[in-house]
Design a protein around this ligand. Structure first.
Ligand code: ATP
Ligand code: ZN
Ligand code: MG
Length: 287
């Protein structure tokens, strides 16, 4: 990908600029992933940042401190500006003067959505398509592990039965859809990389309760690559944001997430580096 100029590396490991061809492929994948929607529910396009207070409330920083990205800003006057210039002149990075912003980088697209919902979830449940950027501080030389990437998620908030049904519908739907793009995809039980000793316990619980599944393909020989996942959060986000179903109970939520760059990379590795020459069925499927 790098040799072919599809991804242009930068000074930061795992941060790439995209060639026109790569970007076209990602946008085609995004439109395709959206087109798998089951009804005409609302679509949202999300900025790469979210309110800091919402982020802190989601517990992401507690569970994944190693992956999170916090934004700093300058809010001072002339005196602070002088201090900043001195710090920079002395080879510093400004951190002695900059302050945490009211926004932070988004780590997972659906997390930005829950705090903005009307907490009274309707009878039929709430469904939403959300697309946007995620930042994760996991610098890697492997282009499938980027620091900045996009995902499109089909999100459901409703009764436990509605949230579970969402997962049960989307897992095979994602596998079938990705299969129709010519990808040899398998479903695997998975867990999130919760940090530290307590984290290992949380990860084991998540596996045991079958809360996360991944759609994996073999891009490398060494280990399978997840190009999508389904996540059942039980009432995690509803407790935090008071999301309630009409029966007065806390709602449950779940999402089906498509990793847009990873799907594009899987297609490039499967069908060749020139999207114009991909098999006709695949190009038709992608629209
Ligand atoms: P992994 O196990 O590979 O770290 P994940 O479990 O962290 O993936 P999710 O949180 O489920 O991934 O995110 C949804 C999708 O976003 C993943 O299935 C994958 O396709 C994509 N994704 C996750 N992390 C990255 C990354 N660092 N670079 C590119 N795409 C990613
Ligand atoms: Zn999600
Ligand atoms: Mg990860």
């Amino acid at each position: 990908m790098l040799d072919a100029g599809l991804l242009v590396p930068t000074a930061a490991t795992g941060l790439y600029q995209r060639s026109g061809d790569f970007e076209d492929a990602v946008r085609a994948v995004e439109a395709w992933a959206g087109s798998l929607r089951l009804d005409a529910y609302p679509r949202r396009s999300l900025p790469p940042i979210l309110p800091r207070a919402d982020f802190l409330q989601t517990d992401y920083l507690r569970s994944f401190p190693d992956l999170a990205g916090i934004v700093s800003v300058f809010t001072g006057g002339d005196a602070e500006h002088r201090a900043l210039l001195e710090d920079l002149d002395a080879g510093g990075n400004g951190s002695t003067v900059l302050e945490p912003a009211e926004t932070v980088l988004s780590s997972a697209v659906c997390h930005s959505v829950y705090p903005t919902l009307d907490p009274a979830i309707p009878d039929e449940g709430l469904r939403l398509e959300a697309s946007g950027f995620a930042f994760r501080h996991e610098p890697s030389l492997d282009p499938v592990r980027m620091q900045s990437f996009r995902m499109l998620e089909h999100v459901c908030v409703g009764t436990p039965a509605q949230a579970e049904a969402h997962r049960d519908v989307w897992l095979p739907r994602m596998a079938e859809g990705l299969g129709s793009l010519g990808l040899d995809v398998r479903i695997e039980a998975a867990n999130d990389p919760f940090f530290g000793r307590v984290g290992r316990m949380l990860a084991a619980n998540q596996q045991q309760a079958s809360l996360k599944h991944e759609l994996v393909v073999d891009i490398h020989d060494e280990k399978p690559t997840a190009i999508g996942s389904t996540n059942y959060h039980e009432d995690h986000f509803s407790v935090l944001f008071d999301l309630t179903t009409p029966d007065g109970n806390l709602a449950h939520s779940g999402c089906a997430a498509f990793g847009l760059e990873r799907i594009a990379l899987a297609l490039l590795s499967r069908h060749g580096l020139e999207p114009g020459h991909w098999p006709t069925e695949v190009r038709r499927e992608l629209g």
